[in-house]
Design a protein around this ligand. Structure first.
Ligand SMILES: C[S@@+](CC[C@H](N)C(=O)[O-])C[C@H]1O[C@@H](n2cnc3c(N)ncnc32)[C@H](O)[C@@H]1O
Length: 278
């Protein structure tokens, strides 16, 4: 256990007693014999003070029931995304599309947080195959590590742009399609928390849609393109920014989705849309 002096020093450097505790626990649990715990803790604290996200320094972070490896190759999984998974699970459980073998697709999987959580949480209820896709080979490498940590069967990992990553025969057979695509508008870049500059740009930023909704182009692509992939009654759940939810609901309804609803996060803010194929 780190002594009180070291703990105070690290707390002072990072400006948070909780973060200091996490750093010290991490350093102590990873210390090799002879390694200087204090030096390593000071080094991590300095990097944190310089703006690196705590999650990247610790190398792992919890998401729902999982402990995931996190690196600068992929977005750090967020609490609001846990709520999107919750909403998707709730809808899937209330409708249970399919014939006992659920086919789940997580588009833009990053660490694998969403798809691997669904696999872990649904495995007792149904046979399941989860497709994890991303355009980023580095993110998929990380998703592969996390899939390996889970040690489960039924995981397909594919690289490519949105639906192009999927195999043609999946068309019309997906029971749950879920995504947390990039949705930050370029015009908002300057006002963002500097800590986000450590995460991949392609995980965060999206172009404005043709009709001018800021940062909406990837959400739009997903809503417009999802229906042909879904089985009858298949569920689509997408995370987005609060100011995109109204446009997304309208687009989902006009694209043919039914039972379209808003996903609310723990702070009470609209943060996504869930709907079903007819
Ligand atoms: C906001 S991150 C979400 C990561 C993870 N699903 C999560 O919730 O933590 C968006 C992900 O979409 C991927 N992505 C961005 N544009 C894409 C595209 N055109 N096709 C496929 N994946 C894309 C990024 O590489 C990134 O991993």
């Amino acid at each position: 256990m780190a002594d009180g002096t070291l703990r105070s020093e690290v707390t002072k450097t990072v400006g948070s007693a909780q973060e200091a505790l996490w750093i010290l626990e991490h350093v102590e649990s990873h210390a090799r014999s002879g390694e200087d715990v204090a030096d390593e803790a000071r080094a991590l604290a300095s990097r944190r003070a310089a703006g690196e996200p705590l999650q990247y320094l610790l190398g792992s972070w919890p998401f729902r029931t999982l402990e995931l490896s996190v690196t600068p190759s992929a977005l750090i999984p967020r609490p609001e995304t846990e709520q999107v998974v919750e909403a998707a699970l709730r809808r899937w459980r209330s409708t249970r599309p399919g014939d006992g073998h659920a086919i789940v697709v997580d588009l833009g999987t990053g660490t694998g947080a969403i798809g691997l959580s669904l696999l872990a949480e649904l495995a007792d209820e149904t046979e399941i195959t989860v497709w994890l896709t991303d355009r980023s080979p580095d993110a998929l490498e990380l998703a592969r590590v996390n899939a390996g940590r889970l040690g489960a069967e039924g995981i397909e990992i594919r690289q490519g742009e949105w639906f192009a990553a999927l195999d043609g025969p999946l068309a019309g057979s997906v029971h749950l399609m879920i995504s947390n695509p990039p949705y930050v508008a370029e015009r908002d870049r300057a006002g963002l928390d500097p800590v986000l500059s450590h995460e991949p740009d392609e995980a965060l930023f999206s172009a404005d849609s043709a009709d001018g909704v800021p940062g909406f182009s990837d959400v739009e692509t997903l809503i417009r393109g999802a229906l042909p992939w879904l089985a009858p009654g298949g569920v689509l759940a997408i995370e987005m920014a609060e100011n995109q939810v109204e446009a997304a609901r309208g687009l989902a309804t006009s694209s043919g989705f039914v039972n379209v609803e808003t996903i609310i996060d723990l702070a009470g803010k609209p943060r996504g849309v869930v709907g079903e194929a007819p």
